[in-house]
Design a binder for this molecule. Structure first.
Ligand SMILES: [Zn+2]
Length: 308
């Protein structure tokens, strides 16, 4: 859907707005959750058939939990949009939603592979640091071929400001090596033609690329209707009663993706994330993310919260 062009030799640091990716609270640099991809494994080689083979539990681990309803999703989206406006940091990705992949020159110079690496670098660090790490990596190694051929230590040095440098360097290099072996070139634009489940199956083949990284790549860089569940989204969803008690994040991802209408996923996700960073009422555990100046009295979600 996106007309991202693959720029292999663009030495410019990526603009800040292009790198506004979410920081991750949990590392995905371990082997990913196999259950998440279990139903897709068999379809990884060829274009996957529709997901009719999925069990109901795999689609939605909480099938009797009827929330959120489409109306609830729409109401929360509208309330948060009225409160925050659409978050500027994600505007670039939203604007590209209607873009057709007709090869027209795009304002964006991000390739899908850029997006995947940016998402990996964004784990367990701040947005600012992950942006610096990506810019530093591209400055040191303008092409992905150069990254692949570089000494691991040199890659680590380039991305050190983003934290977890050895793991992230290993993940990036493994992904590049695997991609080259599988496809013969360092390009992921072919995923633009894949369905959500096909993308999940495909990216699950890359060691170290976990479900949340895949979800972020789907939503931001492939413009697919997917709903990543980060700490902020997870905590608000629980507070709103959208998840049963004791829900874990992987199951929350499956449940919310089943319940939230596709056309609302992108805006709702960006808004919940933004709100979660700012609102102390909704995110009880997010103390470190609370921004000064946010008002406890201004949260429009409180009357939705079952515990309030
Ligand atoms: Zn709130």
């Amino acid at each position: 859907m996106l007309a991202f062009l693959l720029i292999k030799s663009d030495p410019r640091p990526r603009s800040k707005k292009m790198q506004k990716l979410r920081k991750r609270k949990q590392s995905e640099l371990q082997p990913h959750n196999q259950a998440h991809f279990l139903s897709n494994k068999k379809s990884s080689a060829k274009r996957a058939p529709p997901i009719s083979g999925l069990s109901e539990v795999a689609k939605d681990p909480y099938p009797t939990h009827q929330w959120p309803t489409p109306d609830q999703c729409r109401a929360v989206r509208d309330d948060l949009l009225a409160l925050h406006g659409f978050p500027q940091e994600f505007a670039k990705y939203r604007r590209q939603k209607p873009t057709t992949d007709n090869g027209e020159e795009s304002e964006s110079k991000e390739s899908v592979l850029d997006g995947l690496v940016m998402t990996v670098l964004s784990q367990n660090t701040t947005e600012a640091n992950s942006q610096r790490a990506f810019a530093s990596l591209k400055s040191a190694f303008p092409t992905w071929e150069q990254v692949l051929n570089a000494d691991s230590k040199c890659i680590e040095d380039a991305i050190r400001c983003g934290g977890l440098a050895p793991k992230k360097a290993s993940c990036i290099k493994n992904t590049l090596r695997s991609l080259l072996e599988r496809k013969g070139k360092l390009c992921l634009e072919y995923l633009l033609d894949f369905s959500v489940d096909e993308v999940k199956a495909e990216l699950s083949c890359f060691k170290g690329i976990g479900p949340k990284t895949v979800a972020c790549v789907l939503m931001f860089h492939l413009q697919q209707d997917d709903f990543p569940v980060d700490t902020h989204v997870f905590e608000i969803a629980k507070a709103l009663g959208w998840l049963p008690a004791g829900a874990d994040r992987n199951k929350a991802y499956l449940h919310l993706n089943q319940r939230i209408p596709n056309e609302l996923k992108f805006d709702l996700n960006c808004l919940l994330y933004t709100h979660g960073k700012m609102c102390r009422k909704c995110i009880k555990k997010g103390g470190s993310q609370i921004k000064k100046g946010s008002s406890d009295d201004s949260c429009p979600l409180l009357h939705y919260c079952k515990s309030n």
